[in-house]
Design a protein around this ligand. Structure first.
Ligand code: TRP
Length: 336
């Protein structure tokens, strides 16, 4: 039996951080073993918000691919490609604009949210508005069965299903029953951990609170030493509450249960201080990421390696995207 196809993409925003690593990279690693996995760099998506300054997108794309592969994504097992190398996506998105009411896009929760939150950029452009529609095309153009997502992306997969249904209602059919495009399903990611940044908010590059997985031990040390802990714990002699301490939250992700229990206990009883805990965590984190950093350096020393991977991936995706776009042209009567 053919394996089911999954698709997921990242907007290239630069180096990956611990939030990505524990959030869904681990899930992507596991899924490549079980599924026909397509993982793409959503550079056109990045452009919807970075349209006024696109200089960095290529560099971010390269960094992301190197991070992915160093982390264990295997270009032999999964198909790693770049959105803009598969222009069939944009053609499918154009057909989707025909069947998608504007009101469907207006009510996407992330649209309103991001327009309210991102105030340093002009997001009044059409590209940003129809970004969920482009996402629907990303998913459909590779005939994906499943889209592994966190909760925040669920409305986008729902919208994709609605658009595909509408498309199939309007254009689908055919005597042989093959005249439909595939309606995908969400695959809710298992326990993607929510990783706090150094300031206690959700880890995010745009908050400036991120520890990157490619950070050198010295950078890790500086960042970890600057982390906030339980704000009520002013003196070493004050008992602390590990449950609200970002240091503990991150430590839990990499430490042994025994060690974590020990730090937990001595924090509550004020027998150990935050500085000692920070030093220990910085060291453990640097060690934990050591093998990754080494692989990352080896890959970065091969000029053009990321671009080779992306090119090969696009070649592998092309037969699929060609087939889907051919079907779509036939169903819309653009071609006989
Ligand atoms: N919207 C996703 C994000 O912001 C990125 C993305 C674009 C995506 N196209 C996709 C994810 C298709 C899954 C499937 O993270």
């Amino acid at each position: 039996m053919a394996r089911k196809r999954i698709l997921t993409g990242y907007r290239p925003t630069g180096k990956l951080h611990l939030g990505h690593w524990f959030g869904n990279l681990q899930n992507m690693l596991a899924l490549q073993e079980e599924y026909d996995a397509f993982y793409f760099v959503a550079d056109w998506h990045a452009m919807t918000t970075m349209w006024a300054d696109t200089h960095e997108i290529r560099r971010y794309t390269e960094e992301q691919v190197l991070d992915w592969i160093a982390a264990g994504l295997d270009p032999e097992k999964c198909t790693i490609y770049r959105q803009s190398d598969v222009p069939e996506v944009s053609e499918l998105a154009l057909y989707f604009t025909m069947v998608t009411p504007m009101s469907w896009l207006e009510r996407v929760p992330s649209y309103k949210e991001q327009r309210d939150q991102i105030t340093d950029k002009d997001l009044g452009n059409v590209g940003f508005f129809e970004y969920p529609l482009l996402q629907a095309a990303d998913i459909t153009i590779v005939n994906a069965d499943l889209v592994p997502v966190g909760e925040d992306q669920l409305p986008h997969v729902e919208l994709t299903r609605e658009i595909v249904r509408r498309f199939n209602n309007v254009y689908g059919g055919g005597a042989d029953g093959t005249g439909y495009i595939r309606e995908p399903q969400a695959l809710i990611a298992k326990t993607g951990a929510r990783v706090p940044g150094t300031d206690g908010r959700k880890m995010s590059k745009s908050y400036g609170n991120a520890i990157f997985i490619s950070d050198e031990p010295d950078e890790i040390r500086v960042k970890v030493m600057s982390m906030i802990t339980d704000p009520a714990r002013k003196l070493k002699t004050d008992p602390g509450d590990p449950d609200i301490c970002p240091l503990h939250q991150i430590h839990k992700l990499i430490g042994s249960p025994e060690a974590i229990a020990e730090w937990d206990g001595c924090c509550r009883s004020a027998e150990c201080g935050c500085v000692a805990h920070k030093k220990a965590l910085a060291q453990e984190l640097a060690d934990y990421l050591g093998p990754f950093r080494e692989r990352r350096k080896e890959l970065a020393a091969r000029p053009g390696y990321a671009w080779e991977v992306l090119k090969a991936g696009a070649e592998r995706a092309r037969p699929v995207t060609n087939e889907v776009i051919t079907t779509v042209r036939r169903l819309t009567h653009i071609e006989p």
